[in-house]
Design a protein around this ligand. Structure first.
Ligand SMILES: [Zn+2]
Length: 406
């Protein structure tokens, strides 16, 4: 889904060293926390400038005396000034890629994760270099004069994008098809697995993923997506790189793009149920963050843990913190340094809804929209909860689920 960096998680992936991966996951969350607060802080300063044109300074590696390079420079600058954070048929992007993918810039949701990001971290074009018939553009997103504690949350990213002629005009292209051109491809069920030539596909897990999708489509009556692209990498930096980020402050072990039916994993396996749930549900059911992550966590686990393990964590935390309100929880998705408790709360709502009304009720729960008021409306309609009772119900239902599975 389009939320930034929400997906440092997996469930039952085949880790050779689970402890190492857990540590890495925690570290990534810490980085993201700092990053989030920096964007929030800098973003406030930047909102006032958001109507200003994005300037695009260059380094000496951009030779604008070359007419083609100058044309490519203006193409990129025009793109950066045409709401690149929004999903629409951006005139500067390849027509071919727009026909195939509705969210044409695969790095969009990550690098432009808020409309003010380009003012918070102004872009600087590092280089334009020729590669076969294309030009490769590398852009640094960097904030000048940051103070502590935000100074280390900088730069935001280094982005790579390609420019080629298409129908006589210069257009922008994703790095993904170029960087994965020589990778292996294997279609299993409705999933096209793409993985590097050094790797072999774990076919058992790949089939498990395909069956997982089929079973959810059938159980929930979801639209049948013909092909889900599933990119398997072995490192967070490799994942970022094929999406188009040569450097990203908040590295992530997994991402999905429901608009394009794409999953990206850095865990080296073709099994990532949480992200597959996002691909199957997020486009059909644009819902509140808690419920969107809740359905993915309930059905696919999160953060190396199953939904039931996460609900146990939530139960223990709620018991230790009787003062915590539901508003607190909504305001602080990163309790205790991770989103695990927040996701678990969403999973509890989905589990409880399923218990009462089955798959159709779950779909109704997810159909109320994305705001906090929408979330409260959904809980009222489906579970009969008034605002004042929501936290008590969350505590009771979490305890009931945890007790039942013990
Ligand atoms: Zn997620």
């Amino acid at each position: 889904m389009s939320r930034p960096l929400c997906d440092y998680r997996r469930d039952r992936t085949q880790s050779r060293d689970p402890h190492d991966r857990s540590v890495r996951t925690i570290r990534l969350w810490v980085i993201f926390l700092v990053q989030l607060s920096a964007v929030s802080f800098i973003g406030r300063e930047a909102v006032a400038q958001s109507a200003k044109e994005i300037e695009l300074p260059i380094t000496v590696r951009v030779d604008t005396s070359n007419s083609e390079i100058l044309a490519v420079y203006h193409l990129w600058k025009n793109y950066l000034n045409s709401r690149p954070d929004s999903i629409y048929a951006n005139p500067y992007w390849s027509e071919g890629e727009k026909r195939r993918y509705s969210d044409c810039d695969f790095a969009r949701a990550w690098v432009y994760s808020s409309s003010s990001i380009l003012h918070a971290y102004p872009p600087k074009l590092l280089s334009i270099t020729q590669e076969d018939s294309a030009y490769v553009l590398r852009t640094l997103y960097y904030a000048e004069n940051l103070e502590e504690p935000y100074r280390s949350s900088n730069p935001w990213a280094i982005q790579r994008v390609y420019a080629r002629r298409e129908g006589g005009a210069w257009k922008l292209f994703n790095p993904l098809p170029v960087l994965t051109k020589a990778w292996n491809r294997q279609q299993i069920g409705r999933i096209l697995f793409v993985y590097s030539r050094e790797d072999t596909l774990d076919v058992m897990l790949a089939r498990q993923s395909a069956r997982f999708c089929d079973s959810l489509i059938e159980a929930f009556g979801l639209p049948a997506i013909d092909t889900i692209e599933f990119y398997v990498t072995r490192h967070a930096d490799d994942l970022a790189r094929i999406i188009g980020l040569d450097f990203a402050l908040g590295a992530t072990m997994g991402r999905s793009n429901a608009f394009n039916a794409q999953v990206f994993s850095a865990f080296g396996t073709p099994w990532y149920p949480h992200e597959l749930v996002h691909v199957l549900f997020a486009r059909e059911f644009p819902t509140h963050f808690m419920l969107g992550e809740g359905i993915a966590t309930w059905l696919g686990g999160a953060v190396d843990k199953s939904a039931s393990e996460l609900m146990k964590q939530l139960d223990a935390y709620l018991t230790e913190h009787p003062e915590l309100t539901f508003e607190d929880l909504l305001d602080q998705p990163y309790l205790e340094g991770s989103t695990a408790l927040y996701y678990a709360a969403g999973a509890v709502w989905c589990s409880e809804t399923s218990r009462i009304g089955g798959a159709s009720a779950v779909k109704r729960l997810l159909s109320h929209g994305t705001t906090a008021d929408d979330l409260y409306a959904a809980l009222k309609e489906i579970l009969g909860l008034y605002r004042g009772n929501v936290m008590r119900a969350l505590r009771e239902r979490t305890r009931a689920i945890v007790t039942a599975v013990r």
